[in-house]
Write a protein that binds this ligand. Structure first.
Ligand code: NAD
Ligand code: WQD
Length: 339
């Protein structure tokens, strides 16, 4: 089976590549434009698995580059589509950059799939942002998709709709969207981890404050309607998240999917506040965090966490790591980073 990972050198893609190679999916092709990742991740994948995936420098925004890739590899059986920009706050400042990158990439892939004469499976990196501000918690997959609070979230929602609508008119096309909550941590080998060129997410900022690379940690708002006033999210370890991708692919390859389009929440199923994350991080790292309360960050919501029953029952998947484990690997990665 030849599996194409778009954006496969990024944080999640590199961990999924390791999981695929470890579970016998030996033919992994990674295509990435390196806009938010480093080529060194390829060596990390090889050091863990003893296998080196093929690598192609491709920008999925451009249709000709996508078609050239599929001309070169005429036997791709599945695509896991990670390539996208992912920062909520940046997307509010630069909406068109997000719409162009994230939507053109998805549409170009769907166009090529439509032109192929053979069956191809598709797994899409979606996000809990497609639930907007949820009416009740925890969120289940059958709850209505609502207007996301940022252009980033809207690109995920529009991409899901584009996939769903393509499936309706394309007999041989099936897809699974995995709606990630907040993935954190690093591979236990510490050969790969989160190494973004642009850092917006909580955990990589926190670890940089702990090493002194950044002076202080800003908590964006403590006036939310939550017990300690800071926002609540469902943090999930990156290795748990990666495992679910292999199970989703297995499901498609084994023709076990009940619908042509399925979506699964990937979280732990409970929420932690920003302050709880900071305190837990201090405990596992032994570092005191210099933090300060700052204004709310545009686009943030007060609280979201997943109901993961569907993924537990149907994919046979369950998150194993707790918040302490997640933050420990994030910290060990930060101080032992190879790239
Ligand atoms: P990342 O930035 O580490 O990885 C994305 C990769 O895609 C990078 O290697 C980047 O260079 C590449 N890329 C971006 N645009 C591209 C393009 N036009 N052509 C080719 N390559 C391109 O991010 P990540 O955390 O690994 O996220 C992967 C996917 O998961 C994204 O679609 C993201 O929206 C989604 N997601 C991430 C999170 C999260 O918190 N990390 C949560 C929910 C969903
Ligand atoms: C977490 C919490 C911030 C930085 C979005 C998407 C999710 C995933 C990750 C990617 C928030 C607070 C952060 C800081 C802070 N998406 N924070 N100080 O925005 O919850 O999730 O990005 O595709 O699907 O919804 O993630 O890590 O940016 O923030 O106080 O310096 O940490 O306000 O409450 P977010 P995050």
């Amino acid at each position: 089976m030849n599996i194409l990972l778009t954006g496969g050198l990024g944080y999640i893609g590199s961990h999924v590549a390791v999981e695929l190679l470890s579970k016998g999916y030996d033919n992994v092709i990674i295509a990435d434009n390196l806009s938010n990742s480093k080529i060194e991740a390829l060596k990390g994948i090889e050091r863990i698995t003893g296998k080196r995936p093929k690598f192609e420098l491709v920008d999925f925004r451009y249709k000709d580059q996508v078609f050239d890739l599929f001309n070169k590899y005429q036997d791709i059986n599945a695509i896991i589509h990670f390539a996208a920009f992912k920062a909520v706050a940046e997307s509010i400042e630069k909406p068109l950059m997000y719409y162009e990158n994230n939507l053109f990439s998805t549409i170009n892939l769907l166009s090529i799939i439509k032109s192929l004469k053979y069956k191809i499976h598709f797994v899409f990196s979606s996000s809990c942002t497609v639930y907007g501000i949820p009416d009740k918690l925890p969120v289940t997959e059958d709850m209505p998709l609502k207007e996301p609070t940022s252009p980033y979230g809207k690109t995920k929602l529009f991409s899901e709709y584009a996939i769903m609508d393509t499936i309706k008119v394309l007999e041989i096309f099936n897809a699974i969207s995995l709606r990630y909550f907040n993935p954190i941590g690093a591979h236990h080998s510490l050969e790969i981890g989160e190494s973004p060129l642009k850092t917006y997410n909580l955990v990589p900022i926190l670890t940089q404050v702990a090493t002194g690379k950044r002076k202080e940690f800003l908590i964006f708002g403590n006036d939310y309607p939550t017990p300690d006033g800071t926002p609540i999210r469902d943090y999930i370890h990156i290795e748990d998240l990666a495992e679910a991708h292999v199970l989703a692919l297995d499901r498609l390859f084994d023709n076990k999917n009940q619908d042509k389009y399925e979506a699964f929440n990937l979280g732990v199923g409970r929420g932690y506040s920003v302050l709880e994350v900071v305190k837990t991080f201090e405990k596992v790292s032994g570092k005191k965090i210099n933090y300060r309360i700052a204004p709310r960050r545009p686009g943030d919501i007060a609280e979201i966490y997943a109901d993961t029953t569907k993924a537990n029952k149907i994919l046979g998947w369950k998150a194993k790591y707790n918040l302490e484990d997640m933050l420990k690997t994030a910290w060990l990665w930060e101080i032992n980073k190879k790239f």
